[in-house]
Ligand binder design. Structure first.
Ligand SMILES: [Ca+2]
Length: 193
């Protein structure tokens, strides 16, 4: 009987050991942690972002394309033939802003740029004073060259600072100056701190 008790105890110890060994193994096969939702690129509540894929065909040229490098994994893609050099490829949104100092941003990438040193893209903030809708004007602009796009596989953010001294209906325009491939991911506007 003593031997039987000893044998049962031994079995119990062995079972316990096996159970202990199983423990960590079971942990290893637990499913990976739940994927946390991606934090939006635009975390600043004072900044308004205009995704190119949400602008609509009435204010864009080219085609929407999936792009893993872009926010929402979508961008506006313009290639030779979609627009002639000199045409705007994205504009709008014709929203009203109050007097103040602002920063406008464009997130762009470009490929197949002519290496002749000439301007490839023009960006500007234009529009009309709310009080005089016939007085269309450009407040500020920026010229981009091939050297501003050193890697066709990387987006670049370009900033323009500008001031508005009266209620203003604005648009952020992207002008295509040379036959090339360009991707517009988004534009944004925020008050300068
Ligand atoms: Ca986008």
């Amino acid at each position: 009987m003593r031997y039987l008790t000893a044998a049962v105890s031994l079995l119990a110890v062995l079972a316990l050991l096996v159970a202990c060994r199983k423990g960590p193994k079971e942990k290893e096969i637990l499913p990976p942690p739940k994927i946390v939702k991606r934090i939006p690129v635009d975390a600043n509540p004072l900044r308004k972002t205009y995704e190119a894929e949400e602008l609509g065909p009435e204010v864009t040229r080219g085609d929407l394309t999936s792009d893993p490098l872009a926010s929402n994994q979508m961008a506006l893609f313009v290639k030779p033939g979609d627009a002639k050099p000199g045409e705007y490829v994205a504009w709008g949104p014709y929203e009203e802003i109050s007097p103040g100092s602002y920063i406008a941003r464009w997130r762009l990438r470009a490929a197949d740029l002519p290496q002749d040193g000439k301007a490839v893209i023009w960006l500007d903030i234009s529009g009309t004073p709310k009080a005089d809708r016939d007085d269309y004007k450009t407040l500020m602009g920026k010229t981009l060259y091939a050297k501003d796009f050193p890697d066709p596989e990387e987006y670049n953010v370009f900033k323009i600072f500008f001031d508005v001294n009266e209620p203003f209906i604005f648009e952020l325009r992207t002008q295509y100056l040379q036959d090339s491939e360009i991707w517009v991911d988004w534009t944004s506007l925020e008050l300068a701190q």
